[in-house]
Design a protein around this ligand. Structure first.
Ligand SMILES: NC(=O)c1ccc[n+]([C@@H]2O[C@H](COP(=O)([O-])OP(=O)(O)OC[C@H]3O[C@@H](n4cnc5c(N)ncnc54)[C@H](OP(=O)(O)O)[C@@H]3O)[C@@H](O)[C@H]2O)c1
Length: 312
């Protein structure tokens, strides 16, 4: 367990990612498997769930609430706003009017009186961060959200956070980070240390490539986003590089009697201190394998082996 900085929220360092729960863009998924994956996570001690209003256009929040049932007030739920999908077109919106509308939708779908942590999914490039914070403060005072954070950080965010002085009200941030994607590492450490925010990593298994089940001939259905070149982890040179990392993960997993996914997650837990690792899962089996990452540590030598092979 870890405390999210400047909050009273205590969460498991492994957070269940809710993107697959939306049932869209991740290939064919069985709803029963998704629901049972959430239940298995709770039974395994996971108390932190990440979702967004845009995942499956609300379906992820609905499925999460349904699967949690009575447990919904015993766990910590974080959701996101700011991605607006209308008539098949996606835009970003952080305006007060939109935030106030978005929060009502999320509360309804989550079937909850409040959101523990409300995250700005993407900045809209127009609304200053101070104004976003003012809107979120109003929701906080109304009891609709408890805390708020950022997602997909940039240098501009750093400048605006600096302007809050020692009173940065954003308690957390999330960005892509894994052995397959270390390009955000410096920035993530900076936001953690300079602004006292808790880092969450997404794409922690490189969208699944670090689970060890894919090879160089992997192919995805058209309804799976990973079929697109933009999902670089599964294409070209990057795929081959990732498979080299997977070989080392497999060796360590064999030596330690752990799943390959568990070792990939453990590396983040050990390497990026004070972090929360978000991992999407589509079945109870995947959750159980991912939970194997908790309660032990990699040795310095094992960390170095993975460090060396994954350096960008
Ligand atoms: N803030 C943002 O903009 C943002 C962006 C992306 C994601 N996120 C959040 O972060 C979460 C995690 O990211 P992600 O879901 O994109 O990627 P991820 O966690 O790296 O990969 C998840 C995928 O890996 C596979 N997998 C998981 N556990 C496995 C296991 N034990 N064995 C084999 N395969 C396994 C599953 O897909 P297959 O079985 O089909 O391979 C699963 O859907 C999301 O769900 C979401 O909550 C946030």
């Amino acid at each position: 367990m870890i405390s999210i900085k400047n909050t009273d929220l205590k969460v498991s360092r492994l957070c269940m990612g809710g993107c697959p729960l939306g049932g869209y863009g991740w290939g064919n998924v069985e709803k029963t498997d998704l629901i049972n994956a959430v239940k298995t996570a709770v039974e395994s001690g996971i108390n932190f769930f990440d979702t967004a209003d845009t995942y499956g256009l609300g379906e992820s929040e609905r499925t999460l609430a349904y699967a949690l049932g009575e447990d919904k007030n015993k766990v910590v739920i974080t959701t996101k706003f700011g991605v607006r999908v209308e008539n098949g077109k996606t835009t970003y919106d952080n305006s007060r009017e939109y935030i106030f509308k978005a929060v009502e939708g999320s509360l309804k779908r989550l079937n909850r009186d409040y959101i523990d942590l409300y995250q700005v999914h993407y900045r809209d490039g127009v609304t200053p961060l101070r104004e976003v914070a003012e809107s979120l403060e109003i929701l906080k005072n109304q009891g609709k959200i408890r805390y708020y954070g950022l997602s997909n950080i940039h240098e501009e965010d750093a400048q605006e956070i600096k302007a809050f002085g020692g009173n940065n009200p954003f308690v957390s941030f999330q960005d892509e980070y894994s052995l397959a994607c270390r390009k955000n590492e410096k920035e993530m450490i900076r936001f953690r240390d300079e602004f006292s925010m808790t880092p969450f990593t997404w794409g922690s298994l490189g969208q699944g490539i670090l689970s060890g089940k894919y090879d160089k001939n992997c192919k995805f259905d058209a309804n799976d986003r990973r079929s697109r070149d933009i999902y670089v982890n599964f294409h070209g040179e990057k795929l081959l590089k990732n498979l080299e990392i997977v070989e080392v993960l497999k060796e360590i997993a064999n030596e330690r009697g752990k799943s390959v996914s568990a070792v990939a997650i453990r590396w983040i837990l050990d390497y990026l201190e004070q972090s929360v690792v978000i991992v999407g899962a589509k079945s109870p089996k995947q959750v159980i394998q991912n939970v194997e990452s908790l309660g032990w540590s990699l040795t310095t030598q094992e960390i170095e082996r993975l460090e060396k092979i994954s350096k960008e």
